[in-house]
Design a protein around this ligand. Structure first.
Ligand SMILES: [Mg+2]
Length: 258
């Protein structure tokens, strides 16, 4: 009898550990990998300590700055400097700064991201902006949404931090994310000029890679659509962990080598 060659979870885990071992850069998602419901996931602290300077966090969070995010992680016991944290909201602002200099923006975002936009020299406009920026904005009202729709209809490019439509609260119920605001915009303006910078888009990974080649990096994530497909599209080896059936391990703890 011929036994078919089928890769087992054990094989995949061994491959993943070897990939991690030789990678120059380790990119890692945060929610569901390092942190869940404001608590550390199994192995998170040891993983951060083991990979240290090789580690970059890549998250579709669009409400916090990297500095605030680093401080938040510190309260949980994870030491990751802001310079090694790549957040979709800040990446959206960096995109506007780099591709639309000296521009006025209409932005849906948290107060922290608005402040960061001004600190980067972007001019916040109430009406007739050059560019629209969409981040998660828990206080977005219908008047601001109408301004966004009007601007997009007039041809202003729309830079979107992250495509996620929702994220779970502690009980698993959906909390509105940027993608739901984007869906409302798309419902009203079918031909809007939209650029999404968060995962799975290339830009997030490109910025996190800095000067490292994709082949020398590895990405760890729990979301197939954003983390895994996003990384693999760019040629970055991806390790799928978490609860889904496709995951090769439940936790970062399983990837540790001691
Ligand atoms: Mg995740």
């Amino acid at each position: 009898m011929i036994t078919p060659l089928v890769a087992t979870r054990g094989d995949s885990l061994a491959t993943a550990r070897a990939q991690l071992d030789r990678a120059k850069l380790v990119l890692c998602d945060v929610d569901g990998c390092l942190v869940e419901s404001d608590a550390l996931c199994p192995g998170a602290a040891a993983f951060v300590a083991q990979h240290g300077e090789r580690l970059r966090l890549v998250t579709n969070n669009s409400t916090m700055t990297a500095a605030a995010f680093s401080t938040y992680l510190d309260t949980l016991g994870l030491e990751v400097p802001a310079a090694r944290c790549f957040l979709a909201g800040e990446v959206a602002l960096a995109h506007v700064r780099d591709h639309h200099p000296n521009t006025t923006i209409l932005i849906a975002a948290s107060p922290a991201i608005r402040q960061r936009a001004e600190a980067l020299g972007l001019h916040l406009a109430g009406s007739k902006p050059d560019v629209v920026v969409l981040c998660n904005d828990p206080t977005l009202d219908i008047e601001r949404l109408q301004q966004i729709v009007t601007a997009a209809h007039s041809g202003a490019p729309v830079i979107v931090a992250n495509p996620d439509r929702w994220r779970p609260d502690r009980g698993g119920a959906p909390l509105i994310e940027t993608g739901t605001i984007l869906a409302a915009l798309r419902a009203a303006v079918t031909n809007a000029n939209i650029t999404i910078v968060g995962k799975p888009s290339r830009e997030m990974f490109h910025r996190a890679l800095e000067d490292v080649a994709p082949a020398d990096a590895v990405m760890i994530g729990d979301n197939r659509e954003t983390d895994i497909i996003g990384a693999e599209t760019l040629g970055i080896a991806a390790i799928h962990i978490g609860r889904s059936r496709e995951a090769i391990a439940a936790h970062l703890l399983d990837l540790m080598t001691w």
